[in-house]
Design a protein around this ligand. Structure first.
Ligand SMILES: Cc1cc2nc3c(=O)[nH]c(=O)nc-3n(C[C@H](O)[C@H](O)[C@H](O)COP(=O)(O)O)c2cc1C
Length: 209
C-alpha cells in the first residue's frame, strides 16, 4: 500500500492556488491507488513551533544522554520525522513568499532536518536518510518569469532550495508543478491553472501506481 504525506503551507486556507493544485494531484493520485493512504499536515491550521535552544541541544545529544526535558523538546521533531519516514511520496504545496518558502514551511523543515534521523554526517560526507523515494512540490508564484531562462529566475530561491534540500535528505526524485502569475487577471490565472493541471496529469501518468 502506497502512502502519501501531504504538507500544505500557504497561509491562505481558501483561495490558494498551491492548495488547489495539491487537491488536484491528491484526487488523481488516489484514483490511481484506491488502497493508497493519505496523511495530511496543514502548517497554516496547525503551525509548527520554531526550533529552540533545547530542541537543538536535543538534536545533538546521543540517545543515552536524553533527559526528559530534551525528549520533550524534540518530541515534535520525532513526530514530523516519523510522518515523513512512513511515507513513500511527499506532496508539498507552497506559495512563494518574498522569493522563498513561507515561514510555516521553513519551521517544518527545521524540525525535520536532523542529524542521525534524516541525514548522516561521518565527519567528511553527508548522506540522506529519508525513506520516501519521490517528492512533488506544487508551487504558486504571484509574478511570472521564474522559469529557467526567465527574467526572474535569479529570484527563484524556492525551487532550487527545495530541490537541493529534499535531495540532501535522500529523496532522489523531485517533481515541481508550478503556476505563475496568480495575482494577474482571472483569465490569465485560469489559463495558468489549466496548464498546471495538465502537468499534473502528465506526472501522474509517468509515476508508477
Ligand atoms: C507575504 C507574501 C509574499 C509574497 N511574495 C511573493 C514573491 O516574492 N514573489 C511572487 O511572485 N509572489 C509573491 N507573493 C504572491 C504569492 O506568491 C501568490 O499570491 C501565490 O499564489 C500564493 O500562493 P497561494 O495561492 O497558494 O496562497 C507573495 C504573497 C504574499 C502574501
Amino acid at each position: 500500500m502506497q502512502k502519501l504525506l501531504r504538507i500544505d503551507s500557504s497561509s491562505r486556507v481558501t483561495g490558494s492556488q498551491s492548495r488547489e493544485l495539491g487537491d488536484y494531484f491528491e484526487t488523481k493520485w488516489k484514483a490511481a491507488r484506491p488502497d493508497g493512504q493519505l496523511i495530511r499536515r496543514d502548517l497554516a491550521i496547525e503551525p509548527i513551533e520554531q526550533i529552540r535552544q533545547d530542541t537543538i541541544t536535543g538534536f545533538y545529544t546521543p540517545a543515552d544522554g536524553m533527559t526528559e526535558e530534551l525528549k520533550s523538546a524534540t518530541a515534535l521533531s520525532d513526530k514530523l520525522i516519523g510522518e515523513v519516514q512512513a511515507a513513500d511520496t511527499v506532496l508539498i504545496t507552497t506559495p512563494i513568499y518574498n522569493f522563498g518558502v513561507p515561514a510555516s514551511l521553513k519551521a517544518w523543515i527545521d524540525q525535520l532536518v536532523r542529524i542521525g534521523h534524516t541525514f548522516s554526517f561521518d565527519g567528511a560526507n553527508f548522506g540522506g536518510l529519508a525513506e520516501p523515494d519521490t517528492a512533488i512540490v506544487c508551487a504558486a508564484y504571484g509574478a511570472s518569469g521564474y522559469e529557467e531562462g526567465g527574467p526572474f529566475r535569479a529570484a527563484n530561491f524556492l525551487e532550487p532550495y527545495l530541490d537541493f534540500l529534499l535531495k540532501f535528505l535522500g529523496i532522489p526524485t523531485i517533481h515541481f508543478i508550478t503556476v505563475q502569475a496568480t495575482t494577474a487577471d482571472a483569465v490569465t490565472v485560469e489559463a495558468g491553472m489549466a496548464q498546471a493541471r495538465k502537468d499534473v496529469d502528465r506526472l501522474i501518468a509517468s509515476i508508477a501506481a
